[in-house]
Each structure stands twice: as structure tokens, then as C-alpha cells.
Design a protein. Structure first.
Lengths: 97, 189
């Protein structure tokens, strides 16, 4: 790597910084989407997301998956719910017998 | 399957026990049904787990401080599932917890989108069923019940790093399963 990569303001420096932030963002993209990074870090990485199509695409893919999982996962089996309801009533009414 | 008679204690429940159970636990039965399914390999197994957990919760309600009923139920269900799996020896449920989903309103309204949404949901439902329970429960807790990594780690009694790695691996599996569906095509556009 060119020494210019360590000279602030140069094109090589900007490329190196971008690559570093890109790697960091990609490594933590799950935590970003899940809201598990600090506000300061989230702000820094959000800026990168808006400028880096591959990272943005990955974040959008995880967001879309989360939304779909939330939609499917909120379903509870109605027959089991009915059985639990009956069991709860039996438990609470035993003392009356 | 759990029954009221199974392992029945001799003492009668008190008024306070019944009142606290009805107040704190009964409203969380849909949550219990969801996490039991997430911790189980089949719906039949989930039925047993949910009912066993409910009976244990009823018996232990006097010792419950009343805070965070979902976390409390999750821990009971998790311990029950571990004992079940140790008995069965078919699966090892080493470190999963439970989650409670808040149904996210689906804003899809266009007929074509509804069809695409159904395609995704069916494929995803199957893929979720195919996940090992220890992966599925982490997904359930974080993505459906909206728990933080730390909260999921606490109720499952596993390290937060395990939550993250299981979540990552589970999502990777789900994304592979969804490859070619509308969700995948949308992500690639």
C-alpha cells in the first residue's frame, strides 16, 4: 500500500478509510440493523451505508428478512391457545371442586 | 402432555395464587404458545412444552416477584425444554430462549404484493420450521419479540456472543431458503 494512504486528504487515504469503514460496517451490519450499536457508532455507519451500495443492500436485505420473520413469527397455533385456555381454567377452578 | 392431575400437589391453590396467575400469566399465553413452538421440533412437542410450562408457572406463581412475566415464562419453558431434550436425547437444546412477537402490521395492499408476500411467508414458515430450535428461539426473541441481544442472552442463559452468532447463522440459512423468492429478488434490485 502506498504511503499516501496514510496522508490525510489524499485519494489513497480516502480509499483506505472507505475500505476500513466498509469492512467495519459489513462486519457489524447485523448489529446496526438490530439497533445494537451505540448512537455515535450508528451515526458514523449510517453515513457509510448511504454512500456504499453493497453495504446498503446488505442492510436492506436483513431489514426485509426481519420484517418477514416478525410477520410470520407472531402467529400462535389457535388449537394450542385453546388448550392453554382450558388448562388455565382447570388450574384456577380446582379449588372449587 | 401436561395435565392438571400429573404431579399434582396436594395443597389447594390460594385466592392470591389464582388471582396472580390470572393477572400475570394468562394474558401471556399467546406469547407462551409462540416461544414453545420456537423451542420445539414439532407442534406436538410445542403443545406439551407450553402446557407443562403453564402448570409449572401456576405452581410457582407465589415465588414470582411479578416483574417481567415473559422473561419468567421463557426461563421456565427453557428449563423444561432442556429437561425434555435430555430425556429424549434426540436433540440438544443447549442455549435458546424465548421471544414474544409484536405482530407487525402488514402494510401490503397491492394484490400483486399480497401474492408475493404469501409466497415469502410460506417459504419462510417452512425455513423457520427447518431451523434447529436453538437457532429458532434466538430469531424469535430478537426479530419477533423485539428483545435486545442482552435480554435474549439473559432469558436463555447463554453468552451474548452466542446470541449474535446464532442469529447470524439462522438468518443466513433463512436467506438461502428465500433465495429466488420475491424478497430475494427485491433485495437484488
Amino acid at each position: 500500500m502506498s504511503l499516501f494512504a496514510y496522508v490525510p486528504g489524499t485519494t489513497a487515504w480516502r480509499t483506505r478509510r472507505h475500505d476500513e469503514i466498509c469492512r467495519e460496517t459489513y462486519d457489524h451490519i447485523q448489529e446496526i440493523v438490530d439497533g445494537e450499536v451505540t448512537a455515535a457508532k450508528a451515526k458514523q455507519l449510517a453515513r457509510h451505508l448511504s454512500e456504499c451500495p453493497p453495504c446498503e443492500l446488505e442492510a436492506e436485505a436483513i431489514k426485509g428478512l426481519k420484517q418477514a420473520i416478525a410477520r410470520v413469527g407472531c402467529e400462535a397455533d389457535p388449537e394450542l391457545l385453546q388448550r392453554l385456555d382450558e388448562l388455565a381454567r382447570k388450574l384456577c377452578s380446582r379449588r372449587d371442586h | 402432555m401436561a395435565t392438571v392431575e400429573h404431579g399434582e400437589e396436594q395443597t389447594e391453590p390460594s385466592d392470591d395464587q389464582v388471582r396472580r396467575f390470572e393477572e400475570l400469566i394468562v394474558p401471556e399465553m399467546p406469547f407462551l404458545a409462540r416461544i414453545a413452538r420456537a423451542m420445539s421440533h414439532s407442534q406436538a412437542e410445542a403443545d406439551d412444552l407450553a402446557q407443562d410450562t403453564l402448570v409449572k408457572a401456576f405452581r410457582a406463581i407465589d415465588r414470582f416477584d411479578g416483574r417481567y412475566p415473559r422473561a419468567w415464562l421463557t426461563r421456565i419453558a427453557r428449563n423444561t425444554a432442556i429437561n425434555r431434550d435430555q430425556r429424549n436425547r434426540e436433540f440438544v437444546l443447549a442455549e435458546d430462549g424465548v421471544v414474544e412477537p409484536d405482530p407487525a402490521p402488514d402494510e401490503i395492499s397491492d394484490p400483486e404484493d399480497i401474492v408475493l408476500g404469501q409466497e415469502i411467508d410460506e417459504t419462510l414458515r417452512t425455513a423457520l420450521d427447518d431451523l434447529p430450535p436453538d437457532f429458532r428461539i434466538v430469531v424469535q426473541l430478537v426479530d419477533v419479540e423485539d428483545m435486545s441481544y442482552q435480554e435474549a442472552a439473559d432469558v436463555l442463559d447463554i453468552p451474548i456472543g452466542t446470541v449474535m452468532s446464532r442469529l447470524h447463522r439462522a438468518r443466513s440459512r433463512l436467506r438461502r431458503a428465500l433465495s429466488g423468492t420475491a424478497l430475494d429478488r427485491e433485495a437484488k434490485t
